[in-house]
Design a protein around this ligand. Sequence first.
Ligand code: GMT
Length: 378
Amino acid sequence: MKIAIVCYPTYGGSGVVATELGKYLATRGHEIHFISYAMPHRLSEFVDNIFYHEVESYNYPLFEFPLYSIELASKIVEVVKYNDIDLIHAHYAIPHATSAYLAREILKKEKGNCKIKVVTTLHGTDITLIGLEPTFLPTMKFSIEQSDGVTAVSSFLKEKTISSYKVEKDIEVIPNFIDTDKYNRETIKICNLKNHFAPNGEKILAHTSNFRPLKRVQDVIKIFNKVRKKVNSKLLLIGDGPDRSECERLSRELGIYEDIKFMGKQDSIAELLSLSDLFIMPSQSESFGLSALEAMSCSVPAITTSVGGLPELNIHGETGYIAEIGDIERMSKYAIELLSNEKKYKLFSKRARERAMEFSQEDIIRKYEKHYETVLNS
Ligand code: GMT
């Protein structure tokens, strides 16, 4: 198949899923054309069968607001027309599903027999937060319903889409996936890195995110503040975003800044997770929780909240623990319990890895391929 993948290029989960999906499909012989405003960050090395098309932005004094949705639609039209694309796969509905719809209608008008299809994958805040704003809601509902195929990354997100948008459309749940060979602490060489972060054999807690308020990174710091009083430990905070300065301030205020490493954005996530002992994800909203899956694949148990799709991934009392949003006391208690009981920890670590294997990219990406085939034959 020839597939155009429209996505955000940044560190967000939807861009990661889109890029890893495209790379894997390319190894299976599909021709993949990425369309975005910048090169997706996981697309840095050459992969055969992959092409990248950048959306150009046009500045004109009258345009006080950027017109990206229109520019993107025009780029999709161009890429589809000159590369004989079969299917457009839009990741994150706003504005990608709308631009893809517009492009499909233009192409149908231009070439009467154009059979181009649009698949939209709903990822999270496009549905749970932003899409619900009155400025977007009617357009979102329309664009989702007009897609030829719709997938959501968890059953939670599917139900949320149906109940909040009253969409009358089949939505297939295709969860996030993981490269279990790459995210595998058994094969990753971390050499002296663990000693570097934890020179006295401290346990390492880790969190990765884009530091947006809904990730509640301050809760991670408060949990760590309690844990370190009982268990010799260090905290790795990986990623960057709006709450980072506040988190650094809080760490200084609590007097624990020296025991926390603010790593900023990192590419070697699998290595950093593989030297960690426990992953903390206290999110206030999470449609799936890709970073928890990355950690679990590296045999790191996760302590998460019970929101969104997290209980579809993290099994309470087996692969980690689940608590309510903001329940720092309980999450700390769980962390101390796991880190102080070696036998229990080993079981959880093993189960976390086994659970992650259920989301292996080979299996999940086949579901996308099947979804494409169904849509193309409809
Ligand atoms: O919210 C983010 O961190 C980014 C966001 C996105 O769409 O870029 O991530 C969402 O998509 C990921 C991949 O499908 C999911 O694993 C995340 O749970 C989801 N984030 C939220 O729902 C907050």
